[in-house]
Design a protein. Structure first.
Length: 407
């Protein structure tokens, strides 16, 4: 059966390119239909190829003509999201593909939010080299940099459009992967400086037949994990690495926002929380550090990443955030690694700061119920800590690290 592929495009500005993309989908073996996201007040643009299926959005064109471009784009984007959400609920979309600049990327990103994980979402946009995270968001978007702007059909853009069409069709036709493990699915958060812990914990969980999915705690990773938790895709969570809270509090570049570890969000899923890598906030190259942070303790991880040691005051705020989550989620516990929270936070290490560590633990002890705090006399990357984390998760899930949540 041919996969139904939504071609997202604005016929008022990208008519030839959108039609070519739809034709390329058909040539690759897909069944394309165009969703016109034109934001002008015109009645609409007729397709040169009348055999292509066109779906128009129920927007008031007269109203669009009275709006400026940005307001019109917001109205069209909302209509596109509603339209695609309906297609998803009716199981009438197997993939989506699009191409363009910032406006096309913004609409595509908004629509991607209502398309489930596993449904291919392929976009060619010049924004890939500017703000990939802003386009991808929390979703499994495949993003391609088109080299040239998507303006007209030429020897470069035609190749790019044909390739993303072929990619979307091929991805939609890929066989379903059926994991044979009988247990549940456990999410885990990790960073380079907590990898040893997550690696050891993963082996323990997998040994009991569970699947472990690791998320890189780079802001986007934490948001993606929380979004999938909202969909109940996990039976349990090993939230070892909550470093994104450090970026939230200290103004780093890898914050996952206020909704990370928000007890009001999502279903109750057994979760073991640890303050992994909260000793550091992330920034870009050393030359990009804001001047107001001069005098802070920095460590150059590499040419692209500079780490800033969090202060005792910042650790107090981080600890309160963690404690608030645990206090309001009965199916959660917090583990405190008393000998350090990252590979840099070891005695004699670059970020070793007993005062900051004490501030963190004091805030957690003050805000979380004592029966949900487990203190481990080990470093976070010690095998003993990984073992304690998995054992805590097993207790939360009734004996199986990936089992069902307790009623």
């Amino acid at each position: 059966m041919q996969p139904r592929v939504a071609v997202i495009g604005s016929l008022d500005t990208k008519s030839a390119e959108t039609e070519f993309l739809a034709e390329a989908v058909a040539a690759a073996g897909g069944d394309p239909f165009i969703i016109d996201t034109s934001a002008s007040g015109d009645a609409g643009v007729a397709l040169a190829n009348q055999s292509l299926e066109l779906q128009t959005l129920p927007v008031d064109r007269a109203a669009l003509s009275r709006l400026d471009r940005s307001e019109a784009m917001r109205l069209v984007s909302a209509a596109a999201v509603e339209h695609v959400a309906r297609l998803v609920s009716e199981r009438r979309i197997d993939a989506m593909v699009g191409a363009g600049g910032s406006n096309a990327a913004l609409i595509f990103a908004a629509v991607a939010n209502v398309v489930p994980f596993g449904v291919p979402k392929v976009l060619a946009s010049t924004m890939a080299a500017v703000d990939a995270a802003g386009v991808i968001g929390d979703n499994d978007v495949t993003l391609m940099y088109p080299v040239a702007d998507i303006e007209g059909l030429n020897s470069l853009t035609s190749v790019v459009l044909a390739q993303i069409a072929g990619a979307a069709v091929a991805m939609a036709q890929a066989p379903d992967y059926d994991d044979q493990r009988s247990g549940g699915v456990v999410a885990a958060t990790m960073f380079g400086v907590t990898t040893a812990c997550v690696h050891a914990a993963r082996k323990l969980v997998e040994a009991s037949g569970q699947e472990v999915i690791a998320f890189h705690a780079t802001g986007t990773g934490g948001r993606s994990m929380e979004a999938l938790a909202d969909e109940r895709r996990f039976s349990a969570i090993l939230d070892i690495t909550t470093t994104e809270l450090a970026d939230l509090v200290a103004g780093g570049t890898l914050s996952a926002g206020e909704e990370r570890l928000d007890p009001r969000r999502g279903p109750d899923i057994p979760r073991v929380v640890a303050p992994g890598a909260v000793d550091m906030a992330n920034f870009g190259p050393i030359a990009s550090i804001p001047s107001e942070l001069a005098g802070r303790h920095f460590y150059q991880h590499n040419d692209l990443v500079t780490l800033m040691r969090t202060t005792p005051e910042e650790n107090t705020a981080i600890g309160r955030h963690i404690a608030n989550f645990v206090a309001n989620r009965p199916d959660s516990v917090v583990l405190l690694p008393l000998r350090g929270v990252s590979a840099l936070d070891v005695e004699g290490g670059e970020f070793w700061d007993p005062d900051a560590l004490d501030a963190l633990f004091t805030a957690i002890r003050a805000g979380a119920p004592a029966e949900r705090i487990i203190e481990v006399d080990a470093h976070i990357n010690d095998e003993a800590f990984a073992t304690a984390a998995v054992e805590a998760l097993r207790r939360l899930t009734g004996g199986s690290a990936g089992g069902s949540a307790r009623p």
